[in-house]
Ligand binder design. Sequence first.
Ligand code: G6Q
Length: 548
Amino acid sequence: MSPTPASTKERPAWQALATHCKTLDSVGLRDLFAEDPSRGERLCVEAAGLFLDYSKNLVTDATLGLLHDLAVHAEVAERRDAMFRGERINTTEGRAVLHVALRAGPGDTLVVDGEDVGPKIHAVLGRMAKFAERVRSGKWTGHSGRPIRNIVNIGIGGSDLGPAMATEALLAHSDRALCMRFVSNVDGTDFAEATRDLDPAETLFIVCSKTFTTLETLTNARTARHWCVQALGDDSAVARHFVAVSTHADEVAAFGIDTRNLFEFWDWVGGRYSLASAVGLSLMIAIGPENFRAMLAGMRSMDNHFRSAPLHANMPVLLALLGIWYSGFHGCQSHAVLPYDQYLRRLPAYLQQLEMESNGKRVDRDGRPVDVPTAPVVWGEPGTNGQHAFFQLLHQGTQLVPCDFIGFARSQNPLAQGVHHDWLMANLFAQTEALAFGKTAEQAAAEGVPADQLPHRTFPGNRPSNTILAEALTPHSLGALIALYEHKVFVQGVVWNINSFDQWGVELGKALAKQIEPELTSASEPTLCHDSSTNALIHRYRRWRNQG
Ligand code: G6Q
């Protein structure tokens, strides 16, 4: 691979796009669809059971050609292959990035530091499956011999968002007799509310932490241990009510969890890319090993597509390039993810971490300033709820917000002979149409809108969106969807020439909190050396805290 130039903006492919963008000022989606009646059938791609329609984007064939050139010049294919080869592409942490190995097929070879990691991945998956079956069948009993009915995953960030999102997404495929809870926040309310109606004798905690040193997780885990031991009256209860997921057996043992109850993963699995590892144990217990394997198969199927499809017909590459087109050339600073499926309620939060923690960077892989905008703010809510709230801004606001609409042809809950679902999907299609084509003043006037109201009741259109459809929300399609976005993030990171796999930006606040906590709790008034705002806030907190 050739050394990457310092400036992304100065690259010929970027410059060509900048020039091209100016020529599109007067081109709208109405014209593009009128000029090419087959555009809606042409600008789409199907892979791993997902169908992507990207025709309602502000692009011409020339735009797509230039975006393709950008990907070629950024060596997307070469860098993708380096990731799959297990090279240490996470340079600031000196690690390989091999979450794709977690879902490789039994016969596939994926090598890290000369070792084929397949056998150990499958060994852990096998142990997880055995354990999950024991819990699901009631054979794994608590300290007092009662079967486990409640599973509480304690973890945060990458050790929470994936399993929490996927467990909710696959509720319809879950054992409903089990009660699944997720505790992440150091705010005691999270633990208190998650456990208030649970019987400790029937509750299993999964302490999920790659490092096993994370403040929030260890604080919650200690509280959980106290809650459990106090109720069951015996320290040895921990053995039946706590298991761990981590890369650090020593820390797990130091916490007091028997390492026979440890499900391990490896440092080449990044937190936010770890759902397919033992971090997915809570999910596997909820949906069963077979469904978990179906999710892995969905991921694998998207991995294979990403690895083999030509860049111009490669779904993650297309999503990535379209995102770059809007942030880099249209000034878009946010991106909405709009799942038209209530089960995907947590998907926007999951993708928020995936995209913003991976690509919210301002220096390139060599530490030089990046001279183009990187990750936008990712946000969203399920449809149709969002339509009655923030869609106003999407349709008529002053910002351009590209959107991903995600929907399914068949509902898990086809109430009233499918009436609910047909309305849901009618709304999805209607929104993408309204955003793209809007309503002109002439159309509104023809509908009888009074002249003085026309400015308020016209819709500019030209608001871009992708539509992702699958037949149904299943473990397989969810897996494909997750891998799709993982690879989208990867491609964007390559084009922006940033390291998508570190997260140094979360460290400073953590370090300061460690310094401030004793200042909040010390018996004597501390001497504070912060700025005047932080000092005054700490003083006020101490005053009010101690009055209560
Ligand atoms: C994810 C991040 C971060 C991490 C959490 C939890 O990519 O690294 O969100 O997952 O900070 O870390 P532990 O799993 O080590 O507790």
